[in-house]
Design a protein around this ligand. Structure first.
Ligand code: NDP
Length: 495
């Protein structure tokens, strides 16, 4: 007789640096998730009816709680995700800016506004307003366990939705902290709830009847989420990975480019969706740039102590992918000028800088998500642009150039570009964030990010009888001649 073990009903979240248990969480079943979504439905109506001003007050009170308890929250992020306290504070400061902006801008972006009614409906007024979906499901990753899901949560809440949040299995305590503090300012209804577990719990959220699903994570999982949402036509916003390039033009401030490449590639142990993974440096500045990166990267160190520049690899299975990319790059003819194959000591990976790596190598093509950077020498800016664009990903990019930054940025096929800095676009609440191709679609942040969590309702209203009514079977006999003349007069001549 075969005895199959019952699936676990709880799981432990671990400190990735030490393996010690941070907290235990339930593995929520599809019934648990469905119940959370059902609880959220009346809460969503109540939250919507608070109106923009009522929600703004609550969201700003939540913002103040997060800000006043910054140290406590940063300490938890450090323990559960592994990143240094300073990085956790930085992540929180950006998330707070977004929360504040979304809560303040929602009325202007989503509230009813008049639009022109055009010639054909000149007797009518026309207006548009954006309405919440009701319950929004948010599935988040572990690498920026606050900033990333809050890019959906803050904007969905500001738009008037209730949210059911499934954090990564690696960062559930961080998700719980967010939900618990929100409940302090919104105690009346379960407007923001947590469900925890593994992929199956996320899948259950996709099929639980939410009005919209916001996913941030890997491209492979993003495809599964879309497939799970397809049968019910549940709309999705999909924020996936990247393989962002940094271009160093001939007229670049090389010192600034070095600093940005090293920080953009190595901070957060390289576990940044819009982190710098590839650099294309024009031949005339290549040697100076490589020498600078070599010096700077050699001083950076991953570890769990207070003086470490970055922490461990949060997800244990990622260590093997990083190792494979480094080994593959060297086997393909690349050279490690900082670190190398022996830089990988799970759970830490020390900085690795690779040069002469062929473009077909996994280290150039696939998301490494580790503290590694490839640097390639290119003939000119045109070749840098061509290689930067030759990727299945299209999330972000950085350009270093004194005079040609905008010109180069305009030729990059990706969702966000920073000129003379790295990843700055993520800090600007008014800028939409997201990618193209395998980096996903839809946008978080900015006005587009608010509209992502609301559907437009268009309304016309008759102000006075139309001089010539055409939307009737009772139209006069001369209507055909008149309309034909009118269309010809208006559009028939080429201008
Ligand atoms: P994953 O795709 O592994 O997981 C993302 C989330 O999806 C987790 O909560 C995960 O749960 C859940 N999940 C897993 N399987 C399913 C399923 N079948 N149905 C529904 N949900 C599921 O990504 P990671 O957590 O490893 O995050 C890293 C990735 O996120 C990188 O590719 C990174 O580039 C990307 N990312 C993109 C950002 C962007 O804005 N574009 C920002 C930040 C990260 P569980 O953890 O329990 O498996």
């Amino acid at each position: 007789m075969t005895v199959t073990a019952a699936p676990p009903t709880t799981f432990d979240s671990l400190d990735p640096a030490t393996g010690s248990v941070v907290a235990a969480f339930p593995v929520d079943t599809s019934e648990d998730v469905a119940a959370a979504v059902e609880r959220a439905r009346p809460a969503a109506d109540w939250w919507r009816d608070l109106g923009f001003d009522g929600r703004k007050k609550r969201l700003r009170a939540w913002r103040s709680i997060i800000a006043s308890r910054l140290d406590e929250f940063a300490e938890l992020i450090h323990r559960e995700n592994g990143k240094p306290i300073f990085d956790a504070i930085g992540e929180l400061s950006i998330a707070i800016e977004h929360l504040d902006w979304a809560s303040g801008a929602a009325a202007k972006v989503l509230g009813r506004r008049r639009v022109g009614s055009g010639l054909l409906a000149m007797n009518q007024s026309a207006s548009i307003e954006y309405l919440p979906y009701g319950v929004v499901g948010v599935i988040g990753p572990w690498n920026y366990p606050v900033h990333t899901p809050m890019g959906s949560i803050s904007y969905a809440l500001a738009a008037g939705n209730a949210v059911v949040f499934k954090p990564s299995e690696f960062t559930p305590a961080i998700g719980k902290w967010l939900v618990d503090t929100f409940a302090e300012v919104v105690p009346e209804q379960p407007v923001f709830q947590l469900v925890t577990g593994f992929g199956a719990t996320g899948n259950a959220l996709c099929t639980a009847g939410v009005g919209k699903l916001a996913f941030t994570g890997s491209t492979a999982t993003g495809k599964k989420v879309m497939a799970a949402c397809a049968p019910t036509l549940t709309p999705v916003v999909i924020e996936c990975g990247g393989k962002d390039a940094l271009i160093v033009a001939a007229d670049a401030d090389v010192g600034a480019a070095v600093d940005a490449a090293v920080w953009g590639g190595l901070s957060n142990a390289g576990q940044t969706c819009a982190g710098v993974e590839r650099v294309y440096a024009v031949a005339s500045v290549y040697d100076e740039f490589v020498a600078g990166v070599t010096r700077a990267a050699a001083k950076i160190r991953g570890g769990a102590d207070a003086s470490a520049d970055y922490g461990p690899i949060t997800m244990p299975s990622q260590v093997e992918i990083i190792r494979q990319h480094i080994d593959g790059a060297i086997a393909d003819g690349g050279r490690a000028i900082v670190g190398g194959a022996d830089s990988v000591h799970a759970p830490f990976v020390q900085p690795v800088v690779l040069v002469d790596v062929p473009e077909h190598s996994a280290a150039v093509q696939e998301e490494t998500f580790g503290p590694t950077i490839t640097i390639a020498k290119v003939r000119d800016e045109a070749e840098a642009i061509e290689r930067a664009n030759a990727s299945r990903y299209g999330l972000g990019a950085a350009v270093f150039s004194a005079n040609r930054g905008r010109e180069i940025a305009e030729q990059l096929s990706c969702g966000c570009v920073s000129i003379n800095s790295a990843i700055s676009f993520a800090m600007v609440p008014e800028l939409p964030f997201g990618g193209v191709r395998d980096s996903g679609f839809g946008r978080i942040h900015g006005a587009d990010g608010l509209r992502e969590f609301a559907w437009p309702r268009s309304v016309t209203s008759v102000r006075f009888p139309a001089p010539l009514k055409v939307t009737t079977f009772q139209h006069p006999k001369y209507a055909r001649v008149l309309v034909t003349k009118m269309v010809r007069a208006r559009w028939g001549r080429s201008r």
